[in-house]
Design a binder for this molecule. Structure first.
Ligand code: BTN
Length: 257
């Protein structure tokens, strides 16, 4: 994997420093540890297998043979107060690569899940390390050939696989190149990221169920505002903006990967 990846990599900086593991608890945990020890911008951690893969909101990330799991340390242009914007940047990069490499039509579920046929095929987890310099750790899990429903049937309504038979090293190199391009664009103005996200956003105009840490409510998804927050019109007609939540169409039942 490592040698094929190195031969395929076309980035300026992402992935140039890298660590490849056969089995590890979580690439996210490892990349965060490297960042706090001074690892440079673009440092990549890849694992063939994760034993404690981390998802958003404290969930476990279910993976297996055919998953692509990696984390990248971003330092250039990282401002702690705006760190959450990088998850939109990363979601767009994954969307770009799936669009380019398959005949599928992915959509982005706010804030950063990538859907195919309204089911999740990839998730992004962004975490922030403040010392020694602000770093965003971008963690990406893609169900390349792995189907989460094969290990947990309750995931079947909401998660699926790309059923991609091609080389994971090729996908990894392409994802890092796309992330670098989206990051470059983001650093010229977050409006580029916002505009691209709006064009690809799932469930706009649909009836959705929104689950925050403290409540679940329903309404119509109206899109995303200038601060990247979700806009929801509730069933009484009131408008809400939401900074952190899970969003699914009301008819969809099942667990999230
Ligand atoms: C989510 O959708 O909840 C985010 C999933 C992120 C999973 C990836 S896999 C690589 C990296 N390492 C982790 O432990 N998590 C992220």
């Amino acid at each position: 994997m490592k040698d094929r990846f190195s031969a395929l990599l076309r980035t300026r900086s992402l992935g140039r420093e890298h660590a490849f593991f056969d089995t590890i608890d979580s690439t996210q945990t490892q990349a965060a540890a490297l960042a706090t020890r001074g690892a440079g911008h673009g440092t990549l951690v890849h694992a063939r297998e994760q034993t404690s893969g981390r998802g958003r909101a404290g969930r476990l990330w279910v993976s297996g043979t055919g998953s692509l799991c990696f984390s990248v340390v971003l330092k250039e242009g990282v401002v702690a107060a705006e760190a959450f914007q990088w998850s939109f940047v990363a979601g767009l990069a994954v969307h770009d690569v799936i669009s380019a490499r398959t005949a599928l039509s992915p959509r982005l579920k706010w804030p950063n899940d990538v859907l195919v046929n309204r089911k999740k095929v990839a998730g992004v987890l962004c975490t922030l390390e403040l010392a020694p310099t602000p770093s965003v750790i971008v963690g990406v899990g893609v169900n390349l050939a792995f189907d989460p429903a094969s290990v947990d049937g309750s995931l079947a309504p909401r998660a699926t696989t790309l059923a991609a038979a091609d080389d994971p090293a090729d996908w990894l190199a392409a994802l890092l190149l796309a992330l670098e391009a989206r990051a470059d664009a983001h650093l010229t103005g977050a409006r580029h990221t916002l505009a691209a996200f709006r064009e690809r956003m799932a469930f706009v105009g649909e009836s959705v169920e929104v689950t925050t840490q403290s409540a679940t409510f329903r309404g119509t998804c109206l899109g995303v505002d200038e601060g990247f927050e979700l806009i929801l019109q509730d069933t009484a007609g009131a408008r809400h903006t939401i900074a952190a939540a899970d969003v699914w169409p009301v008819e969809r039942r099942g667990e999230e990967q």
